[in-house]
Design a protein around this ligand. Structure first.
Ligand code: SF4
Ligand code: SF4
Length: 442
């Protein structure tokens, strides 16, 4: 068998074999973990990506044999718990991914371990609560409740109490909830003529996402303004639930399957009617572009949705190639420090957000490193300090140009970066909002 360094063939990804009973066999998992940990120990390329790899290498280096066979199997979980499934090691670093015969898929092996832990009941209440974004959003955005929740988020004594009970770090700046939910207040315009061209469908369906729906509806409203300005007819997805990414990160694959059953019929209908489906949260986009198709490789509806799913800037810049994007920008954005989130990087679409901001006249500083927030990981008390440490180079690079705006397609990463930048006077704005400002739209 060839063990050449890297592969000349394009990387591919095998479906997640989660229906196979062996997937949940802990002995077989440990065998696979030992195999891939041994390859990683000999390679060490990913040492600076996250804290999972340094944890692994420290365990090996401090073991009696200084090899993986000297590491206790119980300590493997320390590595698993440090992985937040950003996918960067697979998509940007690893030369041993399929079709290489070593067939190494580090993130999906971590996912398998998390799934086993979840099924064994090893997942705590806090993690289950944090991954229930839809249920939390529905509750927290009820009028009156929303004021109490938002006041609690800002109150130091209450945050200390929450930290004691739930282990959510008191210093982590958390997003507030909005009682005017996006889906309830959005007025998409579908009255424009459909102009499709070579690269782009001429009509758009918006999958709101929990974050935009409950926390920052303004991002969704601004997306609708961009579409209306460019005379692109838009509708909302008729019914939606959480995409399932937070449940996936927890290893709760049955919950992912249940959410898929809610979402996919509505999305597949739109896909077959020729809509481009846009989501303004890269992790949710990735869920439909990659994770669900790998979990359900033979589901025609899931595959149809995969083909119809677009990152908003991927869509707008393709629209520009089609000659159908307006470039009548009126307001100057000045200097924008822009961070590319991991879950957008691994979509392999290129830096379309940066391109759009530059098209709008912004002076963009591009920062392409993990910010360290990673979904709910950086919120947890035990990972907060590590998350701020991983983010340090990003905070420094984002602050260097003394920007007017700090921006990331991932709104929670942008909040984390601004927190890490300390006393910066820059404004945090989502790139969709920046484009709306550049167009001079109210
Ligand atoms: S998926 Fe991300 S967090 Fe997990 S090991 Fe790879 S780089 Fe680290
Ligand atoms: S995931 Fe691949 S590139 Fe990263 S340390 Fe392991 S073998 Fe090396």
């Amino acid at each position: 068998m060839s063990t050449r360094e890297g592969s000349l063939e394009a990387p591919t990804r095998h479906p997640l074999d989660w229906k196979n009973p062996d997937f949940y066999n802990e002995d077989k998992l440990n065998h696979e973990l030992e195999r891939i940990f041994d390859i990683c120990h000999g390679c060490r390329r990913c040492v600076s990506l996250c804290t999972a790899f340094p944890t692994l290498f420290d365990l090996v280096d401090e073991s009696s044999t200084m090899e993986v066979d000297g590491v206790a199997k119980a300590d493997y979980w320390k590595v698993v718990d440090e992985c937040y499934l950003c996918d960067l090691c697979y998509m940007t670093k690893c030369p041993y991914v399929p079709p290489h015969p070593w067939n190494l898929d580090f993130p999906h092996t971590m996912l398998r371990a998390k799934a086993i832990k979840f099924r064994k009941g090893g997942t705590g209440f806090r993690d289950k609560l944090l991954s229930s974004t839809d249920a939390m959003g529905k509750l927290a955005s009820i009028p009156v409740v929303v004021q109490v929740v938002n006041a609690s988020l800002k109150s130091k004594p209450i945050r200390k109490l929450v930290d004691g009970v739930l282990k959510i770090h008191p210093d982590r700046k958390l997003p507030e909830y909005d009682s005017a939910k996006f889906r309830a207040t959005a007025r998409p315009r579908s009255d424009f003529a459909v102009k499709a061209d070579e690269k782009t469908p001429g009509k758009v369906a918006i999958y709101a996402t929990c974050y935009v729906n409950y926390n920052e509806p303004g991002i969704g409203h601004d997306l609708l303004k961009l579409l209306a300005h460019n005379e692109i007819p838009a509708v909302l997805v008729e019914k939606e639930a959480c995409c399932g990414m937070p449940k996936l990160e927890l290893g709760d694959l049955d919950a992912v399957a249940r959410l898929k059953e809610t979402n996919i019929p509505h999305l597949a209908k739109l896909a077959r009617e020729g809509y481009a489906i846009l989501t303004a949260v890269p992790s949710c986009t990735l869920m439909y572009k990659q994770e669900l198709p790998l979990m359900f490789p033979h589901d025609a509806d899931v595959q149809a949705v995969k083909e119809a799913m677009w990152d908003p800037f991927e869509y707008l810049m393709a629209r520009n190639v089609d000659g159908l994007l307006k470039t009548d920008f009126k307001a100057s954005l000045g200097k924008v420090a822009y961070h590319v989130p991991c879950h957008q990087r691994v979509q392999n679409i290129g830096n379309k957000t940066r391109d759009a901001l530059q098209l709008a006249g912004a002076e963009v500083t591009l920062v392409e490193r993990c910010s360290g927030h990673d979904g709910t990981w950086g919120v947890k008390t035990e990972y907060f300090d590590k998350s701020m440490k991983i983010g340090k180079p990003v905070f420094r690079q984002m602050a260097a140009p003394q920007p007017d705006y700090v921006s990331s397609d991932c709104a929670i990463a942008a909040r984390h970066i601004l927190q890490g930048m300390g006393d910066s006077t820059a404004q945090k704005q989502h790139p969709i909002t920046l484009l709306r400002i550049a167009y001079g739209l109210e």
